[in-house]
Ligand binder design. Sequence first.
Ligand code: WT7
Length: 654
Amino acid sequence: MPEVQQAQSFTSSLREDRSFPPPAEFAARAHIRSRAEYDAMYRRSIEDNEGFWREQARELDWFTEPTQVLEWNDPVAKWFGDGRLNLCHNAVDRHALGSRAGKMALLWEGEPGEVRSLTYLELYAEVQRVANVLKRYGVRKGDRVAIYMGVCPEAVIAVLACARLGAVHNVVFGGFAAQALADRMNDAQCKVLITQDSSFRRGQDVLLKAIADEALTRCTCVETVLVHRRSGHDVHMQEGRDRWLQDELKSAEAQCAAEPMESEDPLFILYTSGTTGKPKGLVHTTAGYGVGTLLTTKYIFDLHEEDVYWCTADVGWITGHSYVIYGPLLNGATVFLYEGAPNWPDVDRFWQMVDRHKVSIFYTAPTAIRAFMKWGADAVRKHTLSTLRLLGTVGEPINPEAWMWYHREIGHERCPIVDTWWQTETGSIMIAPLPGAVSTKPGTATLPFFGVEPAIVTKSGEPVPAGHGGLLVIRKPWPAMARTIFGDPERYKQAYWSEVPGCYFTGDGARQDEHGEFWLMGRVDDVLNVSGHRLGTMEIESALVAHRAVTEAAVVGRPDEMKGEGIIAFVSLGDHVEPTPGLKDELKKHVAKEIGALARPDDIRFTPALPKTRSGKIMRRLLRELAATGEVKGDTTTLEDFSVVAGLKEKDEE
Ligand code: WT7
């Protein structure tokens, strides 16, 4: 593990004394109303972990009730192993066929301004029709289906239709480039791709179908492409392979039985960056993921029947899976979706929509909050925001200044803020305050959710005293945890269950204060967090060295006021290649083209050589220091050739 030692000597400069108890009116009608109630329920969930989860599993509707809870063969977990259920049935049918038939399930606004809504009964019909179209093209239980779409009801319907059939969805974020899409479809061996002509962002067409066409030239597994007509943008349709979803739906029946799934049948694969160049396809399974997302949504967002819930994440990230789609719909909530950019046509677009659609729960990322701050409070103050009652954040540690701004300008000092720590791998939120029970403080995700046992330890697994930084681990399996990496169980074991003996290793550094609250301190591995999105430095390096001009590259993060972390690439060029500003631009474009715009380096620095240890390992710590401060003060005793650093510094001062 790279430079994990660092985390053991983390000293946190964050000292925060402001504390905000749950407002009395909020607590009075919350699911969990006091700290004592949380403490008791948490204690029970740890002391009788299986009993607790057995009970909570009853919140789902089962075709066959499970008698088993956890079967743990380190690191392979089976939860509710002998149960049978279907999550689409749970997220849609039971509401549509019950008291929520006429309740709004999805409420969507396109970027150009059109509004659409679907009741649970309408969603029920649509999902079955799309499931029947998938069936028509041979999709069966266990088959993988790629989804490359923008945020729209059809993306949610596509996901649910897969779940209905027991097909494994593989949603790829619409901001990823052709190669990234091809890699993810190939790795998962997807048989069908569901996409759309284009999507709108910042007034522009995002040409999803055209990018998909390019990806498909590098992909032989996909037999059928279903294209949702969203914008009317002209696209190429390949005879025999590509079909308009709308045309297919005309002849599709609105009845399609939900496949009874085993608890441990895979529900989806979602790719995320790791410390190697190859993204990891994390596999989530059915029952545990369902229980975890249902329960966390209910308690952490304190969801009530009349709430209008808005999580701003794209469906292509885990937050979109767990807290746009599954968690809220399993609870029968009304989910608001928005297609486009927050500053289109104006910087107050979000707040307009909050008022227009009476949003009561709003969940976003610190990087977005910092953008709102930059755009100014005046844009916000034009709107009442009177329906909001709860705010959330996710994706990176939130700086106290942004927290306070969110509290004041968006929450009007009335709405609790839940800072939710979790990961693609954990499936559901792990550390967060229950808003009616736990006092919040700017910068801490506070306390663990029920059944979750986090700890701060050294690399050898020794506990670290309160107030000191260390590695964040989870001591017990939990239902929504990822079960494996698709096609690579060994890597799963290595990455998560081998670094710290007997524990799940999160890759994050953190400290626990004397009140038991967790303060997250960022990644301790070679993974960057750019605008709340995870990017492996190796992935960007691989893209760079694939360029003909580059011989070697090292990518590090640098603190960035807006994005959390910015991307700095140190690049050595081949002989006779001129280090020109034009080449810098070309390399930035190249990375964006290979991976996606979110991976575009903020800065490229040319260097004749990279600083290495005697064993040939690039000393990223030095590069990080250099990128952040322009200097290298840390230990350089293992450095093979100091003149390399001297050279880099000179460059820097140019
Ligand atoms: C990494 C996981 C899970 C949702 C979005 C990101 C960082 C996430 C927080 C938070 C501090 C956070 C961690 C984590 N992170 N939430 N509330 N406070 N850090 O999912 O792409 O899997 O990234 O995001 O570093 O390991 P992801």
